[in-house]
Design a protein around this ligand. Structure first.
Ligand code: AQP
Length: 329
C-alpha cells in the first residue's frame, strides 16, 4: 500500500476548486492506500486570522472532509498543530533550503504582491508544506495543479538531504487530476478560485445553498460571443464554467459543446446551477449532521494520536541524521 498525504487550509469555507482539484481525489484514494489527511491550520496563520474564526473553520473543514466521504476507519484525519513534528521538521528543512528557490514560488509572489514587506511565514510556507509531506514518508500527494511548484520544491529538498546525509526521506510524487484540476474565479477567470478572495461571488463554497450558487453562476464572467465552446485562451470564463459542469456531471467538454450548440449562455448557466446544486446538496446535508457531533472531536483526537506516532518515528530518524538531541526520554 502506498502512503498518501494531503491537507487543506482552514482559511474559509472549502470551495468547488478545492473539491474538484484536490479533495475529490482524497476520497477515491482511501480505498487502496494508507491515507493521512490534515487540516493545515499552521499554514493559515501565514496571513493574519481571527482566532475564533480559525477554530471554527478548522472544525468546518474537518466536518467537510467527512461530509464528502472521507471515512475515519480508512483515513487518518487530524489538525496540523496537534502534531509538533510539523514545526520541528520545518526548521530542519528551512536550514537546508535557499532564499533564491523560495523567492521563485509563484504563490509567494501572488500573495505578497503590493506589500512593502511580506510576512516571513508566507515566504517559508512551501517549507512547512514539505515538512507536512516528508514527516509521513509520503508516496503520493493529491493536490490541485496550483501546488505543482511546491511539490517540486519538496522533492528537491528530500533529494538534496538524502544525497548529502544519506537516505532520510521518501521522495513523494504529486497527483493532479486532469479534469477540473484548476478551477478559476467566477468573476476573474484568469485567477484561480480562492477561499480568501474578496468577492464572495467569485467562488462557490461546498456549503452554499442554491440561491447563492445561482447568483454566483448567473453573474459569472463570460464573453459577448454567445457560443458554448471550450477555448481556455480566448474564452476563459465560458471554459471555466464548462470545466465545472463537466467535473460535476461526468459529461466531457466535447459533449457539452454538442449539447448546447445553438443555445445561449443563459440556458447553459441555468443547467449548470442545477448540476452544481445537486452535486453539493448531499455534502451539505452530511455536514449538518457531523459538524457539532462528539464523533468529529473523537475522530480528530484519534487522528492526532495516530499521526503523532508516525511523526515521532520520522523525527527520531531525522535527529539521528542531523546529530540533533541527546535525551532519549
Ligand atoms: N482554484 C483551484 N482549483 C483547483 N484546485 C485548487 N486548490 C485550491 N484552489 C484551487 C487545491 O485545493 C487544495 C487545498 O488548498 P489550500 O487550502 O491548501 O490552499 P490554497 O491552494 O491556497 O487554496 P485557496 O482556496 O486559494 O485558499 P487561500 O485563499 O486561503 O489561499 C490544494 O491541493 C490546492 O491545490
Amino acid at each position: 500500500m502506498k502512503r498518501v498525504f494531503s491537507g487543506v487550509q482552514p482559511t474559509g469555507n472549502i470551495h468547488i476548486g478545492n473539491y474538484l482539484g484536490a479533495l475529490r481525489q482524497f476520497v477515491e484514494l482511501q480505498n487502496d492506500n494508507e491515507c493521512i489527511y490534515c487540516i493545515v491550520d499552521m499554514h493559515s496563520i501565514t496571513l493574519p486570522q481571527d482566532p475564533k474564526e480559525l477554530r471554527k473553520h478548522t472544525l468546518d473543514v474537518a466536518a467537510l472532509y467527512m461530509a464528502i466521504g472521507l471515512d475515519p476507519k480508512k483515513s487518518t484525519i487530524f489538525v496540523q498543530s496537534d502534531v509538533p513534528g510539523h514545526a520541528e521538521l520545518s526548521w530542519v528543512l528551512t536550514c537546508n533550503s535557499y532564499t533564491g528557490e523560495l523567492s521563485r514560488m509563484t504563490q509567494f509572489k501572488d500573495k505578497s504582491k503590493g506589500r512593502e514587506s511580506a510576512p516571513t511565514g508566507l515566504f517559508s510556507y512551501p517549507i512547512l508544506m514539505a515538512a507536512d509531506i516528508l514527516l509521513y514518508d509520503t508516496d503520493i500527494v493529491p493536490v490541485g495543479r496550483d501546488q505543482k511548484q511546491h511539490i517540486e520544491l519538496c522533492r528537491d529538498l528530500a533529494i538534496r538531504i538524502n544525497n548529502k546525509y544519506g537516505q532520510t526521506f521518501v521522495v513523494p510524487d504529486g497527483r493532479f487530476l486532469k479534469e477540473g484540476a484548476r478551477i478559476m474565479s467566477l468573476d476573474e477567470p484568469m485567477k484561480k478560485m480562492s477561499k480568501s478572495a474578496e468577492n464572495p461571488l467569485s467562488r462557490i463554497s461546498l456549503l452554499d445553498e442554491e440561491g447563492k450558487i445561482k447568483k454566483a453562476i448567473m453573474k459569472a464572467t463570460t464573453d459577448s460571443e454567445g457560443i458554448i465552446k471550450f477555448d481556455l485562451e480566448n474564452k476563459p470564463g465560458v471554459s471555466n464554467l464548462m470545466n465545472i459542469y463537466s467535473s460535476f456531471s461526468g459529461i466531457s467538454v466535447e459533449d457539452i459543446e454538442k449539447k448546447y450548440e445553438g443555445c445561449g449562455y443563459g440556458d447553459f448557466k441555468k443547467d449548470l446551477v442545477q448540476v452544481t446544486s445537486e452535486a453539493l446538496r448531499p455534502i451539505r446535508e452530511n455536514f449538518e449532521q457531523i459538524r457539532h457531533s462528539q464523533e468529529l472531536l473523537n475522530v480528530l483526537n484519534e487522528g492526532a494520536e495516530k499521526a503523532n506516532a508516525i511523526a515521532e518515528k520520522t523525527m527520531a530518524r531525522v535527529k539521528e541524521t542531523f546529530g540533533l538531541g541527546i535525551s532519549k526520554k
